[in-house]
Structure formats: structure tokens, C-alpha cells
Ligand binder design. Structure first.
Ligand SMILES: Cc1cc2nc3c(=O)[nH]c(=O)nc-3n(C[C@H](O)[C@H](O)[C@H](O)COP(=O)(O)OP(=O)(O)OC[C@H]3O[C@@H](n4cnc5c(N)ncnc54)[C@H](O)[C@@H]3O)c2cc1C
Length: 398
């Protein structure tokens, strides 16, 4: 305990000395640092902050020092988190490498692969994308067809992926491929390759929200070195499933980025646009009731996340339970963004122009973007199936 107190004191001093003032303010979407070769530094302090944190391995506090991590115990990592929150320090790096790939590499990769890939994830030098979904393989992911042939000294990859988030900005891809066409799950392998490899092409897909966060990704005779397959050929499905658990866990823990939002609360927005009645409460009784319900849901959600985190720290297997949280997080964010637009009335329906404030334009886009929350990282229906089978132990109805 004394050790932990010492660690807290040292951490507090270090953070005070090293976290730039502008990194202690709420972050807007454009300022999120994803790292990689194409990173543009909107705020130069972001780079200073990332480099300092990465040097200590604190972008990945519990990963072993041998791979660039902080080597902290779980208790120390909690202290670091608490001390960062105390000064409102921003997360220095957002990264599929940190959230999804790194944890499975630690579990499944060989020593050489860990040493090669993990330090660059910690330092934010490599930005990764996720090549899972295909036009004919989404919920039934194991139907994937992207072909990976053994050509002796290399793998040869042909096929296509879809909905690959930020593939056009990514440096490398972790990709599910088929090495054996005679078996379904046992024919899948997990490979890593550079997005600048000849034969890789990305085409961004434009969304209803006006943004383009993902791509169609094509592979034509892409040569991949033999040592870039993780695990043995045909054993990629176990890695794929594990990674999905980390993905859902992470989506859920951040409530789809809701914890990064710096704007006014839903209640404050409603008060401003709808006004108060003579009793000093929101004038629209029906909306008031629904906003109160949403606030209770959010509070219950936050407590559930806390309980789950504690259980995970105590060593419980909370893997399948991440599906409950992912399902609830999607519903929560969709309802929240819909209520926000509703509370704004006509002003919440703006798309462009001087008649609307930036917050109003963002509300419309956020509401449309949230529609994807019940699809990305596994649809709500599929997550309910996981809950039914793996959490509640119910059997399939044929
Ligand atoms: C914002 C966003 C980002 C994404 N990013 C990535 C990414 O980076 N990489 C990547 O690989 N993929 C990504 N995806 C793709 C995502 O994983 C798939 O869209 C998702 O798995 C669903 O697959 P699908 O679109 O093929 O739909 P389908 O599987 O065709 O499903 C269609 C409908 O049928 C329902 N359904 C299907 N099977 C069942 C069942 N057994 N029981 C009940 N209902 C069922 C589904 O719930 C859904 O409503 C992203 C998607 C979104 C929206």
C-alpha cells in the first residue's frame, strides 16, 4: 500500500510537470490522435503529450516493458488513470492497435512479432485497421472468402473487405483470410500486412451523416511475408473472436466516445431550447420524463461498466458479458442523440448554413452517425444471440 502511495505521488508530480495545459481541456473529434504515418497534428501539444506518455509506456500502461509498455500492475494502472482524470488529462492516443490488436498479439503472437509490432503501437507510430467484414460475411463472419495461398516463400492474398474503418488512413491491416476452402472456421487465418503493399486499394464509402469513416478494401495478388501470420494457418478464428471481445469491451467502455464529448448535457440543452415552466422544471412534461429516464439509464450504465471493470480486474471471465454492454451502449447513444435533436426542435434539423449554431449541426450528424452503433462491432441482434447462448445458457430454437 505504501508502494502504491509512493507511485501515486510520483505519478502526480510527473503528470503536473509533463502534461501540457492544452491537453487538460476537453477534446473535440478533430483533435483525437490516431497516430501513424498520416497523422496531422492539429495541436502541436498533442505530439509532445503523446511522445512523453509513450516514452514511459503509459499509452499501454499494463503491457510489458519489453514491448514498450509501462509494465504497471493493474493497481498502478488504476492510480495512473485516477491521476490523469484528476487533472482532466486527455488520452494521448486513440488506436485500434492499443484496443484490439495489441492485446491479442500479447496472447497469440510469437516473440519476434511482439517485439516487431507492439512498440510502434505504444508509440503511436503505426495506425492499424481491421479487415474482417466482407460483402458476403458480416454477422456470419466465418463465411469470409478472401483467399490466402501458400506460395512457398510468401502468402498471396486476393479478395475484398468492406466497412474497413479508416482503411484510407491506416498504415497496416490485421486481416482475416481463408487458407483452406474445405473447412469453415478451421480454414481461417490471421495475417498482418502493410497497406502500401502493391495490390492494396481503398475506396472510401460516404455515409448518411456526410462523413466517410470507412472503405471498401481490395486485395489483388498482395504478397505477404511468411512471418506475418499470427498463430498457425487455420487457427485464426480463435484470435478473431478474442479480438472481437476486446473491440466490444472498448466500444462499451467509452460509450461510443460519449465520454469524450465536451458539450452541454442533455438536460441543459433541453432547458435552453424548451424552457422551464412556472415550477422551474422543463416545460414539456413528456420530454422531461424521457430525458429523466435516459439520465437514469446512463447512470446505471456507468455503474455496470464499473462493476464489470472490477470483475475483470479480479480475474473473472467477462468476455461474453461485453455483448450485454455493447448492446446497451448502442441503445443509450442512439436514444441520447435522438433526444438531443428533438429537444432542439427545428434548430436540431439543420445541415448547413448560417441559421444554425455549430452545436446544432453537430447534433444532427451525431444522431445520424449513432445509427451505425447497433451495427458496428457486431449487430445488436447478434450480440443478443451471444447473451442468450453464452451468458444465459439458452439453446438454439431450430
Ligand atoms: C460504423 C461502422 C464501422 C465498421 N467498421 C468495421 C471495420 O473497421 N472492420 C470491419 O471488418 N467491419 C466493420 N464494420 C462492419 C460491421 O462489423 C458489420 O456491418 C456487422 O458485423 C454486420 O454485418 P453486415 O453489415 O454484413 O450485416 P448482416 O450480417 O448481413 O446483417 C443484416 C441484418 O441481419 C441481422 N442478422 C444477421 N444474422 C443474424 C442472426 N443470426 N440472428 C439475428 N439477426 C441476424 C443483423 O442483425 C442485421 O440486422 C463496421 C460497421 C459500421 C456500421
Amino acid at each position: 500500500m505504501a508502494d502504491l502511495d509512493t507511485f501515486r505521488a510520483e505519478t502526480r508530480t510527473w503528470l503536473e510537470a509533463n502534461c501540457p495545459a492544452s491537453m487538460r481541456t476537453p477534446m473535440v473529434e478533430e483533435e483525437v490522435v490516431w497516430g501513424g504515418r498520416k497523422q496531422e497534428w492539429v495541436n502541436p501539444d498533442s505530439k509532445v503529450w503523446l511522445d512523453r506518455m509513450a516514452e514511459k509506456g503509459w499509452t499501454a500502461p499494463t503491457w510489458p516493458k519489453a514491448y514498450g509498455g509501462g509494465g504497471l500492475s493493474k493497481a498502478e494502472a488504476i492510480v495512473l488513470d485516477q491521476e490523469m482524470k484528476r487533472i482532466n488529462a486527455r488520452a494521448p492516443l486513440a488506436s485500434f492497435g492499443l484496443w484490439m490488436l495489441g492485446p491479442v498479439l500479447l496472447e497469440y503472437a510469437n516473440e519476434e512479432q511482439k517485439k516487431r509490432f507492439l512498440p510502434d503501437i505504444v508509440a503511436g507510430k503505426t495506425r492499424w485497421c481491421q479487415g474482417y467484414s466482407e460483402p458476403g460475411a458480416g454477422s456470419d463472419l466465418a463465411s469470409l472468402q478472401t483467399k490466402c495461398e501458400d506460395k512457398g516463400d510468401h502468402w498471396l492474398i486476393n479478395g475484398s473487405k468492406i466497412w474497413t474503418s479508416y482503411a484510407n488512413y491506416a498504415d497496416w491491416i490485421f486481416c482475416l483470410v481463408r487458407t483452406d476452402t474445405t473447412k469453415k472456421h478451421e480454414g481461417i487465418s490471421f495475417v498482418l500486412f502493410d497497406m502500401t503493399s502493391p495490390g492494396v486499394e481503398t475506396r472510401p464509402i460516404l455515409l448518411i451523416s456526410g462523413s466517410s469513416p470507412f472503405c471498401e478494401t481490395f486485395f489483388t495478388d498482395v504478397k505477404v511475408p511468411k512471418d506475418q501470420m499470427v498463430g498457425t494457418p487455420g487457427k485464426g478464428w480463435d484470435i478473431a473472436k478474442r479480438l472481437l471481445q476486446y473491440e466490444r469491451q472498448n466500444i462499451s467502455a467509452t460509450g461510443f466516445g460519449a465520454d469524450r464529448s465536451s458539450g452541454p448535457s442533455l438536460g441543459d440543452i433541453a432547458k435552453r431550447y424548451v424552457g422551464l415552466n412556472k415550477y422551474g422544471v422543463l416545460a414539456d412534461g413528456d420530454l422531461r420524463g424521457r430525458i429523466a429516464k435516459q439520465m437514469m439509464y446512463e447512470q446505471a450504465f456507468a455503474l455496470t461498466i464499473r462493476r464489470n471493470t472490477e470483475l475483470a480486474k479480479a480475474g473473472a471471465d467477462v468476455g461474453p458479458a461485453t455483448s450485454i454492454i455493447k448492446y446497451a451502449a448502442a441503445k443509450m447513444n442512439q436514444t441520447k442523440t435522438e433526444l438531443q435533436v428533438e429537444a432542439m426542435g427545428h434548430q436540431g434539423l439543420g445541415w448547413a448554413g448560417d441559421g444554425f449554431r455549430p452545436g446544432e449541426l453537430m447534433a444532427t450528424r451525431a444522431m445520424l452517425r449513432a445509427k451505425g452503433n447497433s451495427i458496428e462491432g457486431g449487430t445488436s441482434e447478434v450480440n443478443l444471440n451471444v447473451v442468450a447462448k453464452r451468458v444465459l445458457g439458452l439453446r438454439d430454437h431450430q
